[in-house]
Design a protein around this ligand. Structure first.
Ligand code: SF4
Length: 236
């Protein structure tokens, strides 16, 4: 087995399918998953992975707070791309019962809400894998402005094949393969997360402006390392 440090050095300068293909087909075969929000730009990465191996597990974090349009779009893309292993992960029922009994935790403590609905379920799901693929891009700015294509995080290889893609690159890819667009794009959304924490708006340069609008929160926490997380529930 090739050491992780060698993988990072050898493939860290590649993008898109060029970095995905050797990792999915050889180095992490059977040990790699794609995490997708089925959001505004998700079709590009889902399509790339499906072209290499449509049996790669795709983890969808079903927070129970998504727009119905996102769930509908997920079904449409899965059918179109022939993806065979969609893993719909949900929050722990006891966490929700104890910490968010009325479903309004996002209003009072969004970090805790993201933890029980996103971070903790994903951490449990990733336990079965040695590498995972994410769809962040540098042009989204903020903490994403300098993300590497490959890095080790919490003992796993984290792959960001689209890190260096621009908004124009993504649009060109969507057009070339005639991929369906998320239905909320036409309604004025540029970045789409949970319904209570997403509003219309954003710009080409700052598409995530409509996420947690009016607060200082910019990330849900699934991209923080364990040491970087502000919350550590003893039971999760
Ligand atoms: S994005 Fe909002 S609703 Fe979704 S898990 Fe985070 S705080 Fe909760």
């Amino acid at each position: 087995m090739t050491p992780n440090s060698e993988i990072v050095a050898r493939f860290g300068g590649f993008d898109g399918v060029d970095v995905l293909e050797p990792l999915i087909s050889r180095h992490y075969k059977g040990r790699i998953a794609l995490v997708s929000s089925f959001g505004a730009e998700s079709a590009v990465l889902l399509h790339m992975v499906s072209q290499i191996d449509r049996n790669v597990p795709v983890i969808f974090i079903d927070t129970r707070k998504h727009f119905w349009e996102t769930l509908s779009y997920r079904s449409k893309l899965v059918d179109r791309l022939g993806l065979t292993d969609i893993r719909n992960i949900q929050p722990d029922a006891d966490d929700v019962r104890l910490l968010d009994p009325d479903g309004a935790l996002h209003e009072t403590d969004p970090d805790l809400c993201c933890h029980i609905r996103k971070t903790a379920p994903l951490e449990r799901a990733l336990g079965a894998f040695d590498a995972w693929i994410s769809g962040r891009k540098r042009f989204h700015g903020g903490a994403r402005a300098s993300i590497p294509t490959l890095e080790m995080a919490d003992g796993r290889l984290k792959i960001e094949p689209l890190a260096r893609f621009t908004a124009s690159d993504l649009d060109a890819y969507m057009r070339h393969y005639d991929l369906p667009r998320h239905p909320l794009l036409a309604a004025g959304y540029r970045s789409i997360g949970c319904m209570p924490c997403t509003i219309k708006g954003g710009t080409v340069d700052n598409p995530r402006a409509g996420r947690w609008f009016g607060s200082s929160k910019t990330e849900c926490g699934i991209h923080w390392t364990r040491n970087g997380r502000p919350i550590n529930l003893s039971r999760s």
